[in-house]
Design a protein around this ligand. Structure first.
Ligand code: NI
Length: 182
């Protein structure tokens, strides 16, 4: 089982590196890592387990957050109370994004950023992501609203980008009345 301390903190320079494309077949180690990521994200969103195992709630994780420089991400999205959709995407790419931008009203969070960050992160309201499943089969996902934001956030990690990079530190709320909040 992954522990919260296994997740790299923003001060770790590895988070600033560009992760490398993955080749198939996936190694058993990567498959195991993916299982652990999904398990952490799922448990972290179940209050009782999050408390028991001291997990920080999170919807998404990129391999680089565990120090693994490979382009894969996992997302666990709670669609209704206790019901989760799981996305595992290898070599994910955003192939189209909406013009319309949105932001998380309460601010974005990240398992690697252990501090309060204020400010607006503009994101596309809808994105189409292409990539591969764990068997190397091509997949395409259309995501909107919160899920679209998580995909953008996780794919940023693969390019060494943190959500805090998108916030204008001189004017962290400048997009407040321009884009739609969710
Ligand atoms: Ni993150």
């Amino acid at each position: 089982m992954l522990k919260t301390k296994d997740i790299l903190d923003e001060k770790n320079k590895l988070l600033r590196t560009i992760s490398e494309e993955v080749t198939f077949p996936l190694s058993d180690k990567d498959k195991k890592t993916i299982d652990l990521m999904v398990e952490y994200l799922t448990n972290s969103q179940i209050d009782e387990l999050a408390g028991k195992y001291n997990l920080r709630p999170g919807m998404g994780m990129a391999a680089i957050q565990l120090g693994i420089k490979k382009r894969y991400i996992t997302i666990v999205h709670e669609v209704e109370e206790g019901v989760f959709d799981t996305y595992i995407v290898i070599n994910p790419k955003i192939v189209s994004s909406s013009e319309e931008k949105i932001y998380v009203e309460d601010g974005e969070g990240c398992l690697s950023v252990n501090r309060e960050v204020i400010g607006i992160v503009p994101r596309s309201a809808r994105v189409t992501v292409e990539g591969f499943d764990i068997d190397g089969k091509k997949i395409r996902i259309r995501a909107r609203e919160e899920l679209a934001i998580v995909f953008q956030h996780e794919i940023d990690h693969l390019n060494g980008i943190l959500f805090t990079d998108h916030i204008d530190s001189k004017n962290p709320f400048k997009y407040q009345n321009i884009y739609r909040s969710i």
